[in-house]
Design a protein. Structure first.
Length: 283
């Protein structure tokens, strides 16, 4: 992986290179860029795929102690990353986390031409479900995250209903989940970063106001929702697509939130069709 120095600290990232259009893939909280491994394997021959490893709990390099790792601070880090790498005409692709909408809300998406929002946090659903509430709760209890990350060593905890077990319909391979959860389990400074995020989510009225600001994004937006999602309400997918002037909704069957894990081929086909259509229309 390559590295780049940002205001929060050193960020690792993967860049497949090439002269094709740029896709930047954003991962979720406690999840790593490897959640996109199947999709990127199919798209990297046609597109330059860039995957920042954001400090959302699976990162190996802790951030500076004074870094702004709130929801807003981490979203703005995406914009800083695009600027530092001088990436332009970007298609921003996210799943699970809702940082892209927060970036748009705060005027940091000048380099983003289009977005693909896949079964993600939206409106006031930050963080989602029991797992999300557990994260914010344990972030406020001394030693809470240390205990939680120890429990996530075990398959029973990883597949528990209401928590990470509702993230994917099919079990994520153990070695992949080990990669996601090990850094926070083994490094107190990574847990500190995750705690800062858990404490930095604003109240409901602020989140809804940020969502409303997304009406200003005029580029094409593909909203991809999972038909059986238990964490991201189906209504949010419809509302999110309607929020953007050029928004559209596609529903993927037989999948929970982590569509790149459950239905990577269907998701890849939807992204490829969206990019082909929107880039042709722009010419």
């Amino acid at each position: 992986m390559a590295e780049i120095e940002l205001s929060a600290g050193t960020i690792e990232y993967t860049d497949t290179g090439g002269s094709g259009p740029v896709l930047v893939f954003v991962h979720g909280v406690t999840v790593a860029p490897s959640q996109w491994r199947h999709v990127v394997a199919e798209l990297s021959g046609e597109y330059r795929c860039v995957l920042p490893h954001l400090p959302l709990g699976s990162h190996l390099r802790p951030m500076r102690p004074d870094a702004d790792l709130s929801l807003r601070g981490l979203a703005m880090l995406i914009g800083e990353f695009l600027e530092k790498l001088d990436l332009r005409d970007v298609t921003l692709v996210q799943n699970d986390w809702g940082g892209a909408q927060v970036l748009v809300a705060h005027g940091g998406a000048e380099r983003v031409a289009r977005m693909v929002l896949v079964a993600c946090e939206a409106f006031d659903n930050y963080p989602p479900g029991i797992a999300g509430r557990l994260l914010t709760l344990t972030a406020r209890v001394p030693g809470g995250l240390a205990l939680l990350t120890q429990l996530l060593r075990f398959r029973a905890a990883r597949r528990a209903p209401g928590g990470w077990g509702w993230m994917s319909k099919r079990p994520v391979p153990d070695e992949v989940m080990d990669e996601w959860f090990r850094p926070a389990r083994e490094q107190a400074a990574v847990r500190r970063d995750l705690e800062a995020y858990g404490r930095g989510i604003p109240p409901r009225d602020v989140l809804l106001e940020w969502a409303e600001r997304n009406r200003s994004f005029g580029g094409p937006v593909l909203v991809v929702w999972a038909a059986e999602d238990r964490l991201m309400p189906a209504e949010h997918g419809r509302r999110l697509a309607a929020l953007y002037p050029q928004g559209r909704l596609v529903t993927i069957p037989d999948s929970y939130t982590l569509v790149p894990e459950d239905q990577p081929a269907a998701l890849t086909a939807a992204i490829r069709a969206f990019l082909s259509e929107t880039r042709a229309a722009a010419r």
